[in-house]
Design a protein around this ligand. Structure first.
Ligand code: PAF
Length: 285
């Protein structure tokens, strides 16, 4: 495995390993089993696997959040080597942004709801860095976790907007045994908040089962009622506070009006757990 830190060294490493298809996994490091499942899939499906580890400042709307974001570069390198990565790109910010990135992406409306509404500028920053990384790595396929469900929709929209022809591969969320979605931010939870956090998935999972059972019996719960129940159930955990829970059309991310949405209905949630913001999502229908 080759570790490179500059654009020039990345270009050289790519020229040496010129095989196609080339799979790419962009990350912000502090890697866990969810990231590694993306790298392993990229390994199975491509001749060359490139992983970036870069904590992108332009997607943090809160400077404290950027400062607190976990960084474990040596452990990341060990895990990536074991997973069969060919090239790891670990740039400093000035390699990615030699001058400030002033581009504003339109992103077809999928960036304005949920995370977009509660973290202004976040998705524009994600689009900026991912497009820069795509330009440098020129992958045939890029792998993202469905845990960041809205991010995947934003990246697909950015690819359409910029005319990138690569495949965006969305991979299933990896969960801890108690259901908590794996996230680099989980390491920032103190023990009490960590113990409370599985209630997020539990509430969504229970509600999704209730909806499916009701529909199978020919009765139905309203979308608004389910949104209310899930929000209340998570909020009943003293240490958790729901920022939003929305049932949305899984393709457009517009609010679901019924359970018959074309493309399915996805539950998406953001929760404040002390100083840590957690997100998760689940297919309802
Ligand atoms: O999902 C992440 O870790 C980041 O948002 C990404 C896609 C690597 C861009 O910085």
């Amino acid at each position: 495995m080759e570790i490179v830190t500059t654009r020039a060294a990345l270009a050289e490493a790519l020229a040496v390993r010129n095989g196609r298809p080339r799979g790419f996994v962009p990350t912000m490091g502090a890697l866990h089993a969810g990231h590694i499942s993306l790298v392993e899939r990229a390994r199975r499906e491509n001749r060359v696997v490139v992983v970036s580890v870069f904590v992108n400042p332009t997607q943090f709307n809160d400077p404290g959040d950027l400062e607190r974001y976990p960084r474990t570069p040596q452990e990341d390198i060990r895990l990536l080597d074991k997973a069969g990565t060919d090239i790891v790109f670990m740039p400093a910010p000035q390699e990615i942004y030699p001058e400030p990135d002033t581009r504003v992406f339109v992103l077809a409306g999928v960036s304005e709801v949920m995370e977009g509404a509660t973290r202004p500028g976040h998705f524009n920053g994600v689009a900026q860095v991912v497009s820069r990384l795509f330009d440098l790595v020129r992958p045939d396929r890029a792998y993202f976790g469905e845990k960041d469900f809205q991010q995947v929709a934003v990246i697909r929209a950015m690819c359409r907007e910029c005319g990138y022809g690569l495949d965006i591969v969305a991979c299933p969320t990896v969960r801890e045994d108690d259901g908590l979605a794996m996230s680099s931010r989980n390491t920032l939870l103190d023990p009490a908040h960590r113990a409370a956090a599985p209630a997020i998935y539990r509430a969504m999972d229970r509600a999704a089962q209730e909806v499916r059972e009701a529909l199978a019996k020919g009765s139905s719960l309203s979308v608004a009622e389910v949104e209310r129940r899930v929000t209340e159930e998570i909020n009943s955990e003293q240490l958790l506070e729901v920022i939003y829970f929305r049932l949305v059309n899984a393709h457009t991310l517009a609010p679901a009006r019924s359970w018959d949405e074309e493309g399915g209905v996805q539950g998406c949630v953001a929760v404040q757990a002390g100083t840590v913001r957690l997100i998760d999502n689940l297919r309802f229908i």
